[in-house]
Design a protein around this ligand. Structure first.
Ligand code: SF4
Length: 375
């Protein structure tokens, strides 16, 4: 490893003044390292859009199957626009970040109403769609319409900060314009789709977050991070926030082959998904039947009604939260109306058959886990 005095001060200067050299190295690497994906080479803007939204927070391996199922169920923007929200969320079930599905659905309706069903082609028009930010607009504009817009995502931040030795903290607002300007200067304007795809592939295969394959990298002779022994330090980020733990106590009311589920409406996790009546607790010691009884019921349980066992813990990790849940079944004979519960407990619930519960109702992963364990 050379000492810092002998590091050539040229990588930034060279590539900035000669972006062709950067493009040649990147596209040459891409040519030798093909990365198969179902949407690769796709020119249908609708399918490109769906794939980009799925990939926003999902790995390719996990997203692949979802993409195929989703575009089979909703093959056109019109088909998606005319679908019911519950159906759309059902196809998204398990993928997380459900606002993506709700936004896709809303944006499909925007395209039908505001653009006569024609997919918008410019970066500006694409950005008017719900859930489409700079990154997705640049990806669709370049992949589907060959427009010269450089994408800027986590891969691009990482690659550029390492190659150019940029120490700006990438979570800060000022980083966006700095990195976007650099990515735009490097972009191959004649071939923007291939360039953007190559950047993403390079970030996923070669310049990975942990253990990048520097020995096989076409930039390894000029990469500042490598030359200065800073690969593991770049890109610079703010300290991660600790995850908050939440405690959900669910009551599965089972009555003659039916259950009760409510839609999550508030600005919180899993908006639009359905769940059993839930009591959010302060801590793990509060998973007690008395807590549920006083929160949900007006009086003692009627004769014939009986509690099942409280389940073991089910955990789901989200970006900033950890949800720890337990479930308990309340078995009700068919003749007892559920009216003995407090009004607030079941106010927004719908009654669904056990078979529809898993087939038609979009549920959080945690609840699916509980139902699968029960079967
Ligand atoms: S040399 Fe290593 S750190 Fe630098 S761009 Fe290549 S893979 Fe990334």
């Amino acid at each position: 490893m050379p000492d810092s005095d002998s590091i050539p001060q040229k990588s930034l200067i060279d590539f900035e003044n000669d972006p062709c050299r950067f493009q040649k190295k990147l596209l040459g690497w891409s040519h030798k390292n093909p990365r198969p994906m179902p949407w690769k080479g796709e020119k249908d803007s609708y399918k490109i859009w769906v794939s980009e939204i799925i990939l926003q927070q999902t790995r390719v391996n996990q997203g692949w199957q979802y993409f195929e199922r989703f575009v089979k169920a909703f093959p056109t923007v019109e088909a998606l626009a005319s679908a019911d929200e519950m159906q759309v969320l059902k196809y998204w079930e398990g993928l997380g970040y459900y606002s993506r599905a709700r936004n896709l659905h809303a944006a499909a309706r925007q395209i039908v109403h505001d653009f006569d069903g024609h997919f918008p082609e410019t970066f500006h028009d694409l950005k008017t769609l719900k859930g489409v930010g700079d990154y997705t607009a640049a990806a669709i504009a370049s992949f589907a319409f060959n427009k010269p817009h450089a994408v800027l995502d986590g891969n691009v931040y990482r690659i550029l900060s390492r190659i150019f030795g940029i120490e700006t903290i990438i979570d800060l607002p000022k980083a966006r314009s700095e990195f976007q300007n650099l990515a735009s200067r490097l972009l191959d304007e004649h071939n923007p789709g291939a360039f953007n795809q190559a950047m993403m592939d390079f970030g996923a295969i070669c310049c990975t977050p942990a253990k990048p394959v520097c020995t096989e990298c076409p930039f390894n002779d000029t990469c500042r991070a490598r030359l200065e022994n800073k690969v593991s330090e770049l890109p610079k980020r703010l300290e991660k926030r600790a995850r908050k733990t939440r405690f959900f106590f669910y009551v599965k009311i089972s009555q003659h082959g039916f259950s009760y589920v409510c839609k999550r409406e508030s600005k919180d996790i899993w908006k639009g998904l359905y769940e059993f009546p839930v009591l959010e607790l302060e801590n793990a010691e509060d998973f007690k039947l008395e807590k549920l009884e006083s929160a949900f019921f007006k009086q003692k349980l009627p004769k014939g009604a009986r509690w099942g066992e409280i389940s073991s813990e089910f955990t789901q990790l989200l970006t900033h939260q950890k949800v720890l849940a337990r479930f308990v079944e309340l078995h009700l004979p068919p003749e007892i109306p559920v009216g003995f519960t407090k009004e607030s407990a079941l106010k927004k619930c719908i009654k669904v058959s056990e078979s529809d519960l898993t087939k038609k109702i979009p549920l959080p992963k945690l609840i699916i886990g509980f139902l699968q364990k029960k079967i």
